[in-house]
Write a protein that binds this ligand. Structure first.
Ligand code: FES
Length: 142
C-alpha cells in the first residue's frame, strides 16, 4: 500500500507530545516546531475533538481533528490525555484503537497508546503526536 496525498496531508509531522502537568486538569505540552516535513502537510487544526467523558481512562478512542484528520486519543488517568495521528508510519493505513494499544490492521504494527511508540510490527517510527489539552471537560487540539 502506498501513502496517498490525503494521508500525507493528514499527518502532523511536527514534534508534539502531550504529558501530564502537576496540576489537575491541565496538560504540559511541547510546541509544534518545524521539522522540515514535506510541503503540503498540515497541522491538525485547533479546537475540541472529544468530550473528556467520552474518553475512558485506560482506553484509546478514535476521533477526528478539527481539520478532518483521523486521530487517536488515550487517557492514561483522570488528567492525562495523549493524541496521535491515526496514519500508520509504515505505509499510511488507518491505525485503530485496541484497548491501551493502537493497532494497524494492514500489517499488524502495534503502538503504545500513551506514547505512540511502536511496540510490534513493520512500522519503524512512532505515531506523530498531536498537541492537546483538557479544558472545561473537553479535549482540545491546540
Ligand atoms: S501500514 Fe503497514 S503496519 Fe500499518
Amino acid at each position: 500500500m502506498t501513502t496517498t496525498p490525503q494521508h500525507r496531508q493528514a499527518l502532523c509531522r511536527r514534534t508534539v507530545l502531550a504529558a501530564t502537568a502537576a496540576s489537575a486538569g491541565t496538560l504540559a505540552l511541547t510546541a509544534c516546531g518545524d521539522d522540515g516535513g514535506s510541503e503540503g502537510e498540515t497541522a491538525p487544526g485547533s479546537g475540541p475533538i472529544a468530550a473528556l467523558v467520552d474518553v475512558p481512562v485506560g482506553e484509546a478512542v478514535a476521533v477526528t481533528t478539527p481539520n478532518g484528520a483521523e486521530a487517536l486519543l488515550f487517557r492514561s488517568d483522570e488528567t492525562t490525555v495523549a493524541a496521535f495521528s491515526a496514519i500508520c508510519t509504515h505505509a499510511g493505513c488507518g491505525v485503530q484503537p485496541d484497548g491501551d494499544r493502537l493497532h494497524c490492521p494492514c500489517h499488524d504494527s502495534v503502538f503504545d497508546a500513551a506514547t505512540g511508540e511502536r511496540l510490534e510490527g513493520p512500522a519503524d517510527a512512532p505515531l506523530p503526536p498531536i498537541r492537546v489539552r483538557i479544558e472545561d471537560d473537553q479535549v482540545i487540539v491546540e
